[in-house]
Design a protein around this ligand. Structure first.
Ligand SMILES: [Zn+2]
Length: 344
């Protein structure tokens, strides 16, 4: 029996040399490990081994079986690897000798213009902050003077979460936290992504970007607001831009304004971008409502300030010449590639 075990072991090692592919390997497996294979045959003969030798022979048979199984698994892995290497070598996709032509990436027009806006405000001493995208009802509405009975809540179609929080509908949602952190004397700019449950068309998106700024100090005036907005526009358009204020209404500012910029393309004469009016409606703004300051712990009898909420996507569209806001979220590589050199 022992001789037979040694002979099978030697024969197996010899046979392995011929297992050149997976088919031959399978034949080899069946020959040794199959139901009628050599190992099964050995097991049958095991019955006739004298009792005193059973233990010793049993160990030898087991070792042989394990060795064969191990070797077969090794061979299979090795043959699989060889097959894969062959496939890679014959595939053009993996031809490492081919020249690379995947193009060079570029920044999204939003990123380019946001950096210009941030750089301009940072150079005027503004702190740049970030806000959350999921906000509490208090931060998004109540702290900016929009209680639940306020009609202004109807102006915004809100995505409410099951836990009562909201996807922030406006960057103002960060105002309370920022004023608590930096107030009462502060200049802070906080860009952010906002969400509203809007019907989407060329001018409306459910996901859009705003850039909000607040300045709080003693004796802040509307003249300061105009100064900073003109500086920002000059920074983005690299030319002198006039602004004008029209009366507006927002719960978080009093008085409230709509700020228009003189059309940077026609200089106010009228063109298709400005709808021949010479002016482009750019952002709601105003002097921060005393309630908003008080709720953030800023003494409104001593301090005041202004806030603006730049409709940033609109600015990006104007600057990049896009006429449909949906392009900004579409991730169209062909379209985005055009802005690599177009915006500066
Ligand atoms: Zn124009």
């Amino acid at each position: 029996m022992k001789d037979k075990i040694i002979s099978i072991s030697n024969q197996f090692n010899e046979d392995c040399k011929n297992a050149e592919d997976l088919t031959k390997l399978e034949q080899l497996r069946l020959l040794y490990m199959g139901k009628k294979g050599k190992i099964a045959e050995l097991m049958q003969g095991f019955r006739e081994v004298p009792a005193e030798l059973k233990k010793e022979v049993g160990v030898l048979v087991n070792n042989l079986k394990n060795n064969i199984e191990e070797k077969l698994a090794e061979l299979k892995e090795s043959l699989n690897n060889k097959a894969l290497e062959k496939e890679i070598a014959s595939s053009k996709a993996f031809d490492i000798t081919l020249p690379v032509d995947i193009g060079v990436g570029s920044l999204h027009p939003r990123s380019i213009i946001q950096k210009q806006v941030i750089d301009t405000f940072a150079s005027m001493g503004f702190i740049i902050e970030d806000g959350n995208e999921i906000e509490t009802e208090y931060n998004n509405f109540i702290s900016v003077n929009v209680p639940d009975t306020h009609p202004a809540r109807d102006m915004q179609d809100t995505f409410w979460l099951d836990n009562g929080e909201v996807l922030k509908t406006q960057t103002s949602a960060a105002q309370n936290r920022i004023l608590k952190t930096y107030g009462p004397k502060c200049k802070v700019l906080f860009p952010g992504r906002c969400f509203r449950n809007e019907a989407i068309d060329a001018c409306h998106e459910n996901t859009f970007f705003q850039i909000e700024g607040v300045v709080v100090d003693e004796n802040v005036s509307v003249a300061n607001l105009i100064y900073f907005m003109k500086k920002m526009l000059n920074g983005v358009f690299k030319k002198d831009i006039n602004v004008r204020l029209r009366p507006g209404y927002f719960p978080f500012t009093e008085p409230s304004f709509e700020l228009d910029a003189s059309c940077p393309f026609c200089g106010g004469k009228g063109c298709s971008t400005c709808g021949n009016s010479g002016w482009i409606e750019l952002c709601p703004c105003g002097m921060i409502h005393p309630n908003v300051l008080n709720m953030a712990g800023v003494d409104s009898s001593r301090y005041n300030g202004f806030a603006f909420g730049l409709g940033f996507d609109r600015l990006v569209m104007i600057k990049s010449g896009l006429d449909d806001i949906r392009h900004l979220n579409a991730g169209e590589i062909k379209l985005l590639k055009q802005f690599k050199t177009k915006i500066n």
